[in-house]
Design a protein around this ligand. Structure first.
Ligand code: GRF
Length: 188
């Protein structure tokens, strides 16, 4: 699998995927990391793994479609066939989805279809649920709504804060994301 990773933040999921590839538990290569925030730590991680990085700062594009056109062009240049959104904090448009039909994956920090959108961890805490988790799913135009590939449950413990809960969810994200990518590829 030739992966293109889109990420905006710390890149712990990016690192988990790169590590799974290095460990030979995921048969893939990361062709390129695209990131949108010049300060994103994920870029430093990619350089450590000697993975090419491309900064596409969304602020420099007039609208989402223009950004996505540039993303598609970059992914094509790097001969990507699977697009992995690992903490990509931008809504993607049909321009990206049409270029990679059924081949765009995302990770979300809740048990979808509960708690879609931003601040999913806060939403789960506020709702008072006792179990939340994370979901790897295919991306469709409606946010956090595509077919579910893999999920992991995480209990909410007394005294949990957003930070403590998020940290436990991320452990599960790092565990399920690589096999979920492999699973997606078996049912393209
Ligand atoms: C993850 O928790 C993911 O669920 C959410 O953004 C976060 C990215 O974290 N969409 P990281 O950059 O991979 O550390």
């Amino acid at each position: 699998l030739r992966l293109g990773v889109l990420a905006s933040g710390s890149g712990s999921n990016f690192a988990a995927i790169a590590q799974a590839i290095a460990d030979d538990t995921l048969n893939a290569q990361i062709q390129v990391l695209i990131y949108n925030n010049p300060d994103a730590k994920v870029a430093v991680r990619a350089e450590k793994w000697q993975i090419p990085t491309v900064l596409l700062n969304h602020r420099r594009f007039p609208h989402r479609e223009a950004l996505d056109r540039e993303i598609v062009q970059t992914l094509e240049t790097y001969e990507v066939d699977w697009v992995v959104m690992a903490g990509w904090m931008r809504v993607v448009t049909p321009i990206l989805l049409a270029a990679f039909p059924n081949q765009v994956l995302n990770i979300h920090p809740s048990l979808l279809p509960s708690f879609k959108g931003v601040r999913a961890v806060e939403q789960a805490l506020a709702a008072g649920v006792k179990i939340t988790g994370c979901t790897v799913h295919r991306v469709v135009p409606e946010v956090d709504s595509g077919a579910i590939l893999m999920q992991a449950a995480v209990p909410i413990l007394p005294g949990d804060t957003v930070a403590s809960l998020q940290a436990r969810i991320q452990v599960q994200e790092h565990r399920i994301f690589p096999p979920a990518i492999a699973l997606a590829a078996t049912m393209p």
